[in-house]
Design a protein around this ligand. Structure first.
Ligand code: FES
Ligand SMILES: [Fe+2]
Length: 418
């Protein structure tokens, strides 16, 4: 049940969305719908928030700000990952202001109420003898770790299908051992666009040929093609692709790595997609001609030519796991026309900067790609704010964009009508 009083116009937009078409302009520009997004999507669904590698040691924390919500995610003294509202139980001060760091205990900057890393209150000065400390522990937030990825849910009753989704994706993540990986680099990119434009842009590669020359060299230029579509000109590429796909299948079988594709982006509450694609050229990574960018392979991966394990999670994340590094992406909404995309590059914990990798080469393709996407998103935000905009039809190769929009509208509809 929405706590927001929605206008009839917004309700009508949700109820009458034209399937197969991009969303109406207010979904990208209206403050009312932005507030609804925070409440109905970000405060009710499981969100990818951080990696365990970022909170490797007891006391390590990150803070995550989503609209009015702020959450502390930390590893407690028993090495459990926990999440709490970033609010002191005395008079409400924000507890931690830094985006990340390490603490012994959590000490409020205002009057120094002090909490253990498990959230229990251990010190509150000048309270009467009748004061019951155990009534004033930090408010917990639901948190789950899956293969080294940390998800939170701000809702009181998190979507129950997460267990099933976690069970499906964990076997794909385990060989990469992200839990013990090392953060090689992290970039926060402010994008001048609604968070849904950022997500929609990620959910298709229709624009890749023209926008991402650095990225597409890693992939076979066969997006949207089936065997029947392959022209004589593309036949050699297709045969190269088939050979690489067979090699990848054999590499997966040899290491008992699951090979199935999962495609459930809009048919469940915790929408997700997993696919494992062979890469072109040398076929190892995002280096020039498909070459590796880190000399140490991830986790228990033994073959450099291990493709790109690509995973999408609704509403706010995507992941590329390669034999030599992993890249994780998280989108958070800031305002109707602003979002923050966090990109984190992970390598094997023993990989040494300057010896096994250098940050420039490791991050080059996706720093460039993200910046190209930033321009596309900003241009689309300008376009949808133009009174001349009207929703246009998705193409045959934009099925993941459409699935994202269908999932989003479905979740809003469920929220406002239940
Ligand atoms: S508000 Fe935190 S100690 Fe007073
Ligand atoms: Fe892109």
């Amino acid at each position: 049940m929405s706590t927001l009083k929605l206008t009839a116009e917004t309700e009508s937009l949700i109820n009458n969305r034209a399937v197969g078409y991009s969303l109406e302009a207010p979904f990208y520009a209206s403050q009312e719908i932005f507030d609804l997004d925070v409440e109905a999507i970000f405060a009710k669904h499981w969100l990818f928030s951080t990696t365990e590698a970022e909170i490797a040691e007891p006391g390590d924390f990150v803070t995550v700000d989503i609209g009015p919500h702020s959450v502390i995610i930390l590893r407690d003294d028993d090495e459990e990952v926990r999440a709490f509202r970033n609010v002191c139980r005395h008079r409400g001060s924000r507890l931690l202001d830094s985006p990340c760091g390490s603490v012994g205990n959590l000490v409020c900057p205002y009057h120094q109420w002090t909490y253990r890393t498990d959230g229990s209150l251990i010190h509150a000065e000048s309270q009467p003898p009748s004061f019951e400390r155990d009534r004033f522990g930090l408010k917990p937030v639901h948190v789950r770790t899956v293969g080294g990825l940390v998800f939170i849910c701000l809702g009181e009753e998190p979507p129950e299908d997460f267990d099933e989704v976690a069970g499906n994706i964990e076997p794909y993540l385990t060989p990469y051992d992200l839990r013990h990986a090392k953060v090689a680099h992290q970039v926060d990119l402010v994008e001048e666009g609604n968070w849904k434009l950022v997500m929609e842009n990620n959910r298709e590669c229709h624009h890749c040929d023209s926008a991402h020359p650095e990225l597409i060299t890693a992939y076979f230029p066969l997006f949207g093609y089936t065997a029947d579509d392959v022209t004589p000109r593309l036949r050699p590429v297709f045969e190269r692709y088939q050979a690489a796909a067979e090699d990848l299948g054999a590499a997966c079988a040899a290491s008992q790595f699951p090979r199935d594709t999962w495609y459930e982006p809009d048919t469940r509450i915790t929408g997700f997609r997993v696919s494992h694609l062979p890469l072109d050229g040398e076929g190892s990574s995002f280096g020039p001609d498909g070459k590796p960018v880190c000399a140490k392979l991830m986790g228990s991966i033994t073959q450099a030519r291990f493709g790109d394990l690509s995973m999408h999670m609704q509403p706010n994340s995507w992941f590329h796991l390669l034999s030599d590094h992993a890249i994780v992406f998280r989108v958070l909404p800031v305002s109707p026309d602003k979002s923050i995309v966090r990109t984190t590059w992970l390598v094997h914990s023993d990989a040494v900067e300057g010896v096994d990798y250098d940050v420039d080469s490791l991050t080059s393709v996706w720093r460039t790609t993200n910046d190209q996407d930033r321009v596309l998103v900003a241009g689309t935000q300008c376009g949808v704010a133009n009174p001349g905009y009207e929703p246009g039809p998705y193409s045959l190769v934009e099925d993941d964009v459409e699935a994202f929009a269908n999932w989003y509208i479905g979740r809003l509809h469920k929220y406002v009508t239940s």
